[in-house]
Design a protein around this ligand. Structure first.
Ligand SMILES: NC(=O)c1ccc[n+]([C@@H]2O[C@H](COP(=O)([O-])OP(=O)(O)OC[C@H]3O[C@@H](n4cnc5c(N)ncnc54)[C@H](O)[C@@H]3O)[C@@H](O)[C@H]2O)c1
Length: 397
């Protein structure tokens, strides 16, 4: 398959095996029960960050519900833009002509946003575009505030000016910091974020309240808990563990893997997002997790089991910006969004592994054969402004 975006790269059918397992591309998402008769469900949806991990799955889910989608993404090099183009290719292949338009552009470009909102009269905005690394935000807080706060302000202002579409915002479990309330519940003050990234996300939740209060904008912040699965970000642990096994990349295992994470499969997250996009709730902050924390070392063991190979991770002490526990209360999501996570961590790891073989290992093999053109797309920049290059370790398969 040739990439229709750049017409030069050849992409494998990423996620094929996962689709065969019926996890990807299968519309298991239940239709929303609360549909308004105010035009919301037929008006187009703007999905920002559409080429990213969660964004690309969100585009698919919304289109499968019959909604026209406009995707916006600046394809930055926080991780390889080729990976994001490959995500878009997979979306296009899966949707086969469904009404999806992609626009390459930046949420910091106010003129662009004004044109987009004037042209499309969106019924909903699903705002996923962000600089999304906790640790990278410590090194470059400026970029994080510029994109995550100023960029979001631009979108909120455009929404206010253009018909007040339902606004859904991707927030994060890291907003809770080192809370002592377990499981994490939305009534927590969440006013002690440990790094600029969660501080920027919490700031947007507050800004959203101002727009709701002053202008009547419906604003729902969804706090995602450790998302993993096909098209997963190369800077996140699941992907890095695969990279450690197959490319000998050095990967830190913080606190000896003795930290719990509420790992949540991407299609479960996206089911919550799609339900939120199709119902107006006033102002709400809602956790979207699995509600069953798993030890990091057990998650790694799950990857070793599915690949049949051992990791060689490097033990490191826990970082200042990190927490030892995440655990979502999902009662509110169940109540307001009919949200019910369905994919076990075991199934999710298998699906992630299927995708990694198709999308990463097969490309690496192709690159190693004489005349192969594709290159692995797992390298990451740290701030979104650095280049995505760097020499790739040899594949160990
Ligand atoms: N993955 C997780 O575990 C997780 C957890 C909590 C919250 N979130 C949030 O979910 C959202 C999606 O995360 P993801 O994991 O899919 O990350 P991602 O990096 O794969 O997706 C974000 C996308 O936004 C785009 N983007 C960044 N800056 C932009 C800008 N200025 N203009 C236009 N596009 C821009 C990027 O190119 C990227 O494709 C983010 O807001 C993130 O903070 C993710």
């Amino acid at each position: 398959m040739v990439c229709s975006l750049c017409a030069t790269h050849a992409w494998p059918d990423v996620g094929r095996a996962a689709r065969d397992r019926n996890l990807i591309g299968k519309p298991y998402l239940s239709p929303p029960k609360v549909l308004r008769s105010d035009g919301l469900v037929t008006a187009p949806v703007l999905v920002t960050g559409a080429a990213g991990f969660i964004g690309s799955h969100t585009v698919e889910a919304l289109c499968r519900r019959g909604l026209p989608v406009v995707g916006l993404d600046n394809l930055n090099d926080y991780y390889a833009p080729e990976r994001k183009r490959a995500n878009l290719e997979e979306v296009r292949a899966a949707l086969q002509g469904a009404p999806f338009t992609f626009v390459e552009g930046d949420i910091r470009d106010r003129a662009l946003l004004n044109n987009l909102f004037s042209e499309h009269r969106f019924g909903s905005v699903v705002h996923l575009a962000a600089m999304a690394g906790v640790r990278a935000s410590v090194d470059d807080p400026w970029t994080y505030y510029d994109v995550n706060l100023t960029g979001t302000l631009n979108l909120l202002a455009a929404a206010k000016e253009h018909g007040k579409p339902n606004f859904v915002f991707a927030s994060t479990s890291s907003a809770y910091g080192r809370t002592e309330t377990i499981p994490f519940v939305e009534t927590d003050t969440a006013d002690r974020p440990l790094a600029p990234y969660p501080a920027s996300k919490r700031s947007v939740e507050l800004l959203g309240h101002s727009f709701h209060h002053l202008h009547g904008l419906d604003f729902t912040a969804l706090r995602f808990f450790t998302v993993y699965g096909p098209r997963g970000r190369p800077d996140m642990m699941a992907y890095k563990v695969f990279d450690n096994i197959f490319f000998d990349r050095e990967v830190p295992l913080y606190n000896g893997g003795n930290m719990h994470r509420d790992w949540t499969f991407v299609l479960d997250i996206v089911a919550g997002v799609a339900n939120a996009a199709t119902r107006r709730l006033g102002y709400e902050v809602i956790n979207i997790g699995r509600g069953e924390p798993v030890l990091l070392s057990d998650f790694v063991a799950g990857i070793e089991a599915v690949t049949g190979k051992k990791t060689s991770l490097t033990n490191k002490p826990m970082m200042d910006a990190d927490v030892s526990f995440t655990y979502a209360s999902i009662d509110k999501a169940r109540q307001l969004l009919d949200y019910e996570p369905k994919v076990s961590v075991k199934e999710g790891i298998e699906s992630h592994w299927d995708w990694y073989q198709d999308a990463v290992l097969s490309q690496a093999r192709e690159a190693q054969t004489p005349g192969g053109s594709a290159s692995p797309t797992s390298s990451t920049g740290s701030t979104g402004s650095a280049g995505s290059g760097g020499s790739e370790p040899q594949q160990r398969v």
